[in-house]
Write a protein of this length. Structure first.
Lengths: 125, 183
């Protein structure tokens, strides 16, 4: 049984929920999201996680899909964390068409600042 | 110094203004043939600015990128489709699916994107890719040949490409070729 820490100041139990203590890692949440996103878009060919030391509490996904057009634009959309919905971290979704992904790999398009290089991405789905 | 957050708030404010203007058209019984094309244009502009506001607010792009981007709205929609669990608090897929479809259709009709396929456009007159035919938003007909018209308490917006639909009634399943907006 987990013993919750207590607040020294007034002796009241600290309101640290069991949710926090058992919170999934960024990697686990990323895998959950990648699975759900692939179900939503069966043409998804790959999902990568961009890990960041600067913002460790953020799930950054790069998703490549044949269903997406190739715009030559890199537009990551950020979603606020919703622990109550199973996503306790902010999540950022960068969607790329197949040609745009090739352009990223060739260095003709850049990933967002702080996301590293394409070869640094971790394939999770 | 103007920050990206300032720009984001500016885009958001202007998106709301576009949406209010579109709403005025519906409340003033102005959805005539030409009014419908203007209504569609205002919606497209609103969604594009909403998307750019979101991108600017998160720091994903800078002002220059926002000005030059034309795919923000459809990319936002694609991300929202995938994150359907996270849009549950604002209505979820049941409410948003119809809106997603019309947002995507409106963006395809945005002039800078539509010129590539020569199809119907918002805002400007256009010519087919071959240059053999000419069209303009206010007289555009749907691919089924139906002109823009008012129908009872709804209007049918056929300036949009086939496959577009917007509905304030999520139960609507008529998503094939028209855009219904309840007045």
């Amino acid at each position: 049984m987990t013993t919750l820490p207590r607040r020294e100041k007034d002796g009241e139990p600290v309101v640290v929920s069991a949710i926090l203590l058992s919170m999934k890692s960024v990697f686990d949440v990323a895998e959950d999201l990648a699975r759900a996103h692939k179900n939503e878009d069966p043409e998804t060919q790959a999902v990568y996680l961009a890990e960041s030391a600067d913002t460790p509490a953020e799930v950054r996904l790069v998703e490549i899909s044949g269903s997406l057009g190739n715009s030559g634009e890199v537009l990551p959309f950020r979603f606020a964390p919703r622990a109550d919905l199973g996503v306790p971290y902010a999540s950022v979704v960068l969607l790329l068409g197949l040609d745009d992904w090739e352009r990223v790999k060739r260095g003709e398009l850049s990933l967002p600042a702080g996301w590293g290089q394409p070869q640094d991405l971790k394939k999770i789905a | 110094m103007v920050t990206e957050r300032d720009w984001a708030e500016g885009f958001l404010a202007q998106a709301r203004a576009d949406l209010e203007a579109a709403h005025v058209l519906t409340t003033q019984n102005s959805i005539t043939a030409s009014g419908a094309s203007v209504f569609a244009m205002l919606l497209q502009m609103a969604f594009e600015k909403f998307a750019k506001a979101a991108l600017l607010r998160s720091g994903a792009i800078a002002y220059g990128g926002a000005r030059s981007s034309h795919k923000g709205a459809s990319t936002m929609v694609a991300a929202m489709r995938r994150q359907k669990n996270l849009i549950a608090p604002i209505g979820g897929p049941h409410l948003w699916t119809a809106a997603f479809e019309v947002i995507e259709a409106l963006e395809r009709a945005q002039p800078s994107l539509a010129k590539a396929h020569g199809g119907p456009q918002l805002e400007y007159p256009w010519a087919s890719v071959a240059g053999s035919s000419f069209g303009q938003p206010k007289t555009s007909r749907s691919q089924t040949g139906s002109p823009i018209r008012t129908v009872g308490s709804c209007f049918t917006c056929s300036t949009l490409p086939k496959g577009s639909i917007a509905s304030s009634t999520p139960s609507s399943r008529d998503c094939s070729a028209r855009c219904h907006v309840t007045r």
